[in-house]
Design a binder for this molecule. Structure first.
Ligand code: FES
Length: 156
């Protein structure tokens, strides 16, 4: 048996974990630990939820105010969560946050104008939630919104 020190052991273990994760995904699984993507959470002070209406004050959301920006909404009354993307001037696209394959968060890709799962499986979805590629076989839920007086209003 090979005699290695602690540092070499840790290095080899990290490589083994990376290879295992990739392999699992390649077999149809999506190895992720946290299921969390890199999209920022909406600021708690910018959102209000009442009577099934979610209101976002865009003046308090600098990331979402810019074209290409996106935030995610995690709220006790919205179990599936949401991702909101500023696609073009005054055009926002909103979809459920969890990939329909295994629940990893999706992210907005402004260059490709689509939503993409943050997992290694990388299912992709059109801006209206339809499946484009990857192992997910169900669409994301799409939400409609209107903009009024600097507020993005989403009727659930
Ligand atoms: S969770 Fe597997 S592709 Fe999204």
């Amino acid at each position: 048996m090979e005699n290695i020190n602690r540092r070499q052991f840790l290095k080899k273990s990290a490589v083994a974990i990376a290879v295992t994760s990739t392999t699992l995904c390649g077999l149809g699984g999506c190895a992720t630990i946290t299921k969390i993507g890199s999209t920022s959470d909406a600021k708690p002070g910018s959102i209000k939820f009442k009577d099934n209406i979610l209101t976002i004050d865009l003046s308090k959301e600098p990331i979402l105010s810019k074209v290409g920006g996106a935030v995610k909404i995690k709220h006790a009354d919205i179990p599936e969560g949401m991702i909101i993307a500023h696609v073009e001037d005054n055009r926002f696209e909103i979809a459920s946050l969890s990939c329909t394959h295994r629940g990893v968060e999706v992210e907005y890709d402004h260059a490709k104008k689509n939503f993409e799962c943050a997992s290694l499986g990388s299912s992709t979805f059109s801006l209206d939630g339809r499946n484009i590629s990857g192992p997910a076989d169900k669409p994301l839920k799409e939400f409609e919104a209107v903009i009024k007086d600097g507020l993005l209003i989403i009727n659930l």
